[in-house]
Design a protein around this ligand. Structure first.
Ligand SMILES: NC(=O)c1ccc[n+]([C@@H]2O[C@H](COP(=O)([O-])OP(=O)(O)OC[C@H]3O[C@@H](n4cnc5c(N)ncnc54)[C@H](O)[C@@H]3O)[C@@H](O)[C@H]2O)c1
Length: 256
């Protein structure tokens, strides 16, 4: 028996660095998964997880900023597995931009992907969880960037603060349906996202990674599985008394 045996889980951002590890570890714990991300192709890690857990892991290409795509994620899940137990809002857009040159288009991107899509997909999934009547677990991926201030991260930071705050508010809103809502705030994790932050900034990559690693008390940046292990706990019944929490997984970054 896995810790997520037969729980029906939606995981977004599923071909990204953390997402593909999430699908792998959730599947290994017995979950039935609808994995979703931009694009048709998926990733090789996702493809091998789908092969190893044939029939229990499906992939839906979807842009989370498009209402019909969100509806398709929900419909595919219900058609395939008949219910929704867990929503793992892992999708995320990053913009690294100094505030004085931060464009409104960049702000709209991070707010739409990170906050608006999380709000709306949660609303759609929570409606089904409420109708099912036996609860559910929702996990929002925030960031240390949503807890403390960083250079050139005003839009992303504001959006990730919003994602964390959504967890606190929705834990209140959804309590009568026994739906728990929690948020994980990762520190720097070794995925394509930190490179996205550097894309438009004049900062040397090696210097950046050395300084960021040193700023975490454990002396390095994190691995995806170190975040996903907490998500497995939050998705499982082991976390039945954990609700409305925003939990850093940041090697001690925010303890300083
Ligand atoms: N890597 C880090 O240092 C770090 C730190 C803190 C928080 N996070 C958060 O962790 C989560 C996972 O990110 P990651 O580190 O795996 O980075 P990643 O860039 O590899 O993954 C992000 C995923 O989100 C998807 N996405 C972006 N826009 C989308 C859209 N419109 N529709 C559907 N999917 C979309 C991307 O395609 C990508 O697969 C994100 O929410 C991110 O903000 C990452």
């Amino acid at each position: 028996m896995g810790r997520l045996q037969d729980k029906v889980c939606i995981i977004t951002g599923a071909t990204g660095g953390q997402g593909q590890v999430a699908v792998e570890l959730f599947a290994a714990e017995g979950a039935k998964i609808v994995a979703s991300d931009l694009g048709d192709d998926g990733s090789s890690v996702l493809a091998s997880t789908m092969k190893a857990h044939e029939g229990n892991v499906l992939y839906v290409p979807a842009d989370v900023t498009v209402e019909s795509d969100l509806q398709r994620i929900i419909k595919t899940t219900l058609d395939a597995f008949g219910r929704i137990d867990v929503l793992y809002n892992n999708h995320g857009a990053m913009v690294g931009a100094p505030f004085l040159s931060h464009t409104m288009e960049e702000l709209d991107l991070v707010l739409n992907v990170n906050v608006r899509a999380t709000f709306r997909l949660t609303q759609l999934a929570a409606q089904h969880m409420a109708d099912q009547g036996d609860g559910g677990s929702i996990i929002n991926i925030s960031s240390t960037g949503g807890l403390v201030g960083f250079d050139s991260m005003a839009g992303y930071g504001a959006s990730k603060a919003g994602v964390a705050q959504l967890a606190r508010c929705l834990a209140n809103d959804l309590k009568q349906h026994k739906i728990r809502v929690n948020s994980i705030a990762p520190g720097a994790i070794d995925t394509p996202m930190p490179l996205k932050y550097l894309e438009n900034l004049d900062i040397a990559k090696d210097d950046f990674f050395k300084a960021v690693g040193d700023a975490h008390l454990v002396g390095r940046i994190g691995r995806s599985d170190e975040v996903v292990h907490l998500a497995v706990f939050l998705a499982s019944d082991e976390s039945s008394f954990t609700n409305g929490a925003v939990i850093p997984v940041d090697g001690g970054y925010t303890a300083v």
